[in-house]
Write a protein that binds this ligand. Sequence first.
Ligand code: ATP
Length: 263
Amino acid sequence: MNAQRESCVTPVLEAQDILVTFGGIQALSGVSLTVGDNEICGLIGPNGAGKTTFLNAVTRLISYQSGTIRVLGKPIDAAKPREVIGLGIARTFQNVGIYGSMTVAENVMLGAHHRLGGRFAKALINPSGTRVQDANVRTRAMEILNELNMAHLADTQADALPYPLQKRMEIARALASEPKILLLDEPAGGLTHGEVDEFGELVDRVRRNHALSILLIEHHMGLVMGLCDRIHVFHLGQNLAHGRPQEIKSNQAVVSAYLGRTG
Ligand code: ATP
């Protein structure tokens, strides 16, 4: 981990001067960020810094008032939320977004639906509809579950999983869409200290196996520092710092922001 990489020269994700306001609140006041090819970038900052708002802007769940976001050099500013996955962007949510009454395998199979057309998803979701038994999709879902050490849970109802495994299942579903960039919003939530190291190794393996770029929001600093090639720090809706983990650890502005001081 912490591969010694040159700084990001081929951005897979490039955001410039993103401004997001909610009523009178500036949640993002012109932030910029890049994630390079096959890179794991951390996005950290104290509560309310704007991290989740940034992911929501990238995935078009909210609009930004100004700025540009590019994926592999192409602007995505006019994309609709449902088009984002087809652009190679997949994400997980801070509060898990799963179909609780469906099995783990079905949830993961849903991740492939943009490649297979909307009818596939409708048939899976609609309990009175025909359950699609697409062998190829099921096989692929099982491969991904196996990679994430969850194959034995394939036929378990999703809402019966403990919270950390629901989060892991979300990653599996995101991978089924074959993204170029994976956005993870606090994926280690609920893990014990001992489980976090194994989780970090899993994320690194996933990055290598899928030739992925990853943007990781996480409050677990040990995980961020051990896993990320570079780290962006937001504070109060602005870029505060950016650099390699060792640089961020010793950055006085970052330390002060986390301690609740501004100077
Ligand atoms: P945390 O680490 O606590 O999850 P964060 O860095 O992800 O925080 P955001 O959730 O992006 O921060 O919030 C940034 C700011 O925008 C906060 O002041 C928050 O209250 C505000 N905000 C976020 N979403 C909305 C919304 N839908 N309506 C109004 N204000 C919002």
